[in-house]
Structures are given as C-alpha cells and as structure tokens.
Design a protein around this ligand. Structure first.
Ligand SMILES: [Zn+2]
Length: 432
C-alpha cells in the first residue's frame, strides 16, 4: 500500500489534534480530522485538511485509517529484557524481582549476553513502530564496565532506526561511595548518557540527592529517577527530588518514574508534593503494566485491589509533563511485554482512564517523551519533519484499541519497513 520510495500522497488519513500541531481544522469529538499527507524525500511535505485538498487520482486512499507519529518509549530496561526463562520471579513481588535480577546479573550478564538481548528488544520495538527509546542500565559494580560499552556499540548500530539513550541505574545508597559515584557520572557523561538513581526513604536521602544533583550540574547531565515504587505511604522521595531540584537551582531535564505511593497518600500531602513537582518542572512517567503486575501483589490468596499507577490526571491538570512507557519486558519485574507502545497506550487507557475524553493523552507516548528526551520534532506529524509514522487499520479509538493491530504499517523516512519480529528461539541458547 505504501510505496517503498519516492514521493506520494496519502488521502483520507485520520490524524489526531494532539500530535499534528500544524493542522487547524475542526476536529471531531475524539480529536480526529481527515487529512491528506504528502511525502517527498523522506519528509512530510504537507498536511492538508481533507476537505481543502483537491481529489487527486494518484493519491493512496487510506479510507479513514488512523495515522500516528512513531512512538517514543522513554523508560525501558533492555539490559534486563528476556531473562525470564532462565530467571523467573518466584512470587511476583518487587523483592522477588530485585533478588532474581541481581543474581542473574552477577552470574550471566557478559557483554555478549547483554548485547544479544538488547538487540532482540530493539528489533521488537522497531517492528512495532518505536523510533526513540531510553533504557536504564544496571550500573552497580562491575556491571557498569560491561553494559555501558555495549550500549555505545548498540546505539551506533541502531542509529537512524532507533535513537537510543541510556541512564545509569543504582540504588540511592550507592551514592554514599562518593569517589565511585563521581567516576560513574564521568563515565555516563562520556557516553552522553543521563544520570539516574532509584530513590527510597533512607535517613540521609537529602544529602545523597544533593550529591546526585551536584554531579549532574558538574557534568551537564539530565536526570532520571525511579521513585517510590511501593504502596508505602511514608515513601515521599518524589517530593524530596522536587525540593532538591529547587534548592540546587537545577536547570536540566528531570524525569521521574513510578511514584506509586503518591496515589495512596492523604490529599493534603499529595497537593503539597504536586505543587513542588510543578514548580521544579519535573516530568513524570508512569509504567502502568509493570505497576499493575508488581504492586498490591498478595501472598495470602487474596485479590489485588489497587492499580498501582500514580496520579497522572492530577499532574497533567497542573501542567506537569506526563508520559507512559514500557518499563520491563519478560524479566522478573514484568513477566510479559514486547516494547509495543500501542500495547502500553491500550493498557494505559484501561488502567489510567485515558478516555472520555481522550483529550491530548496520545502525547504521552509520543510528543511529551520526545520533549523530555530533547528529541526535536519527534513524536509529532509536522511539515518538514521526517516521514516517520504508523498507519493502523483502526479508524476510531474503539477500533484502534480493541485489536493488537499486528498488521499495522510502519513508515520510516517515507518508506514502509519490513516488520519482522524476532523469534524467541533465537534466545534459547542464552537461557540454558
Ligand atoms: Zn524502570
């Protein structure tokens, strides 16, 4: 249906208001409008509301199919991905995940093992229509010396297909070893990475956060935190991060993931935290599938009663940038997943109620994470931008989100790509 090269026009493409910034058109109640997209030399040459466009007999008629920009996945762990067959989570809990992953990392994460699983993940994401991704890299010694060079090689190999970023990952207590943490920050800076830590309530949290901010400022790094991935209402590290950002005068981008405990806290506490998060210009990413899997996991044969996700609606209403992302795939933190951002959006719609109205929620898997990751123009359909988009079969939200859309067409630089998902059997020899 989509030519493999040259210039062409797509008529009757259904585009969404939130992801098509240049189009001024009366959109329908779901935020959609019909448009004609012209593609030339790998770029979007024009986007014209359909009613205005002249009927051109050589245009390809999409018959109202939805066209979205390629996805941006701002929080993943492709260094952990796909270890499930050799290291499952014994009980589905967060501690079970932490312990299983730590043991597997120590025993098995050679450069070759990490590289092959990363490549598998990237091929899946690419086939599903993702064009940019941030992964966290477990960076506790000696893994940082193995995984960062692998990441640098992988980023080069995938340049032009997936724009890959990395953030280091370690528990906040690792920052206490000042000399080591400073070396790590230098290593991250050398790789043009992002400085990341996992925050939880330790007595010296404020001092440790100051050290994290000091290193980020020293090396000109953006920050990426895992915060409060727990139902414990005493977990308020999101607020501590916002406060630390304000008193350190930090000017880079900060992305904070999870923030699960926030939705369990009393309203006054929540309001105070959200005020500070907005003032400090933090962005928040929710990981709905992983949160649903790990949070409220019960061992006594009772049923979970909490969805696990944070307060995205309240955040967005205050102007806080919000995104959703994949997080883990087929590892002890999440037994499932395939880095398919349509699946993430579908699940987020159900878990977080991204509907009635849909509003501008589609930005959460495209334009907003692109801004947080400083990817100019990604995550939108814009004239002059790369012709990187996905043509779905669905013509409405209910059609789009009810089927897997396994036959979606992914267009990169104006050309439909081969969408070959890697075979799980490829990983078999790594799993023995
Ligand atoms: Zn994560």
């Amino acid at each position: 249906m989509i030519p493999t090269s040259g210039s062409y026009r797509l008529a009757n493409a259904r585009v969404h208001r939130s992801l098509t910034p240049g189009l001024i058109e009366p959109f329908d109640v779901d935020g959609f409008a019909l448009a004609e997209l012209a593609v030339a030399d790998g770029k979007i040459a024009s986007i014209v509301a359909h009613a205005e466009s002249k009927a051109q007999s050589d245009a390809i008629d999409l018959a109202g199919r939805i066209v979205l920009p390629c996805f941006v996945d701002c929080h993943t762990h492709i260094d952990k991905g796909h270890i499930w067959p050799r290291k499952p989570n014994p009980d589905g809990t967060f501690m079970g995940a932490l312990n299983a992953t730590g043991a597997d990392r120590a025993a098995r994460w050679s450069a070759e093992d990490v590289a092959r699983r990363m490549d598998f993940s990237l091929r899946s994401a690419y086939a599903h229509g993702t064009k940019a991704m941030r992964t966290h890299l477990d960076s506790v010694p000696p893994q940082e010396e193995i995984s960062w060079p692998v990441f640098e090689t992988m980023r080069e190999r995938w340049r032009g297909r997936i724009d890959l970023q990395a953030a280091c990952l370690l528990g906040i207590e690792g920052v206490r070893d000042k000399a080591w943490f400073e070396r790590l920050a230098k290593r991250v800076a050398a790789a043009k990475g992002v400085l990341g830590v996992v925050t939880y309530m330790v007595p010296d949290l404020e001092e440790l956060l100051d050290q994290v901010f000091a290193q980020a400022i020293e090396h000109g790094l953006d920050l990426d935190f895992h915060a409060d991935e727990t139902d414990d209402i005493a977990a308020i590290s999101l607020k501590k991060i916002a406060e630390a950002s304000l008193w350190n005068g930090f000017e880079g981008n900060i992305l904070v993931g999870h923030c699960c405990s926030l939705s369990r806290q009393p309203d006054l506490e929540v309001l105070d935290t959200l005020d500070k998060v907005a003032k400090a210009r933090l962005a928040v990413v929710s990981l709905p599938m992983c949160n649903l899997y790990l949070q409220d996991r019960r061992s006594n044969g009772t049923t979970p009663r909490w969805r696990g996700v944070t307060l995205l609606h309240e955040m967005k209403a205050r102007g806080i940038k919000v995104a959703v992302a994949s997080d883990n795939t087929r590892d002890p933190f999440y037994a499932y997943g395939d880095l398919d951002m349509l699946e993430v959006y579908r699940m987020a719609t159900r878990i977080l109620h991204f509907d009635h109205p849909v509003g501008d929620w589609p930005k959460a898997v495209a334009a907003t994470p692109a801004e947080v990751m400083r990817l100019d123009g990604a995550g939108t359909l814009a004239v002059g931008g790369s012709a990187d988009f996905i043509v779905f079969r669905g013509r409405s939200w209910t059609e789009l989100l009810s089927r897997p859309e396994s036959d979606r067409i992914v267009v990169r630089d104006g050309r439909a790509i081969e969408r070959q998902l890697p075979d799980y059997a490829e990983l078999d020899e790594l799993m023995v």
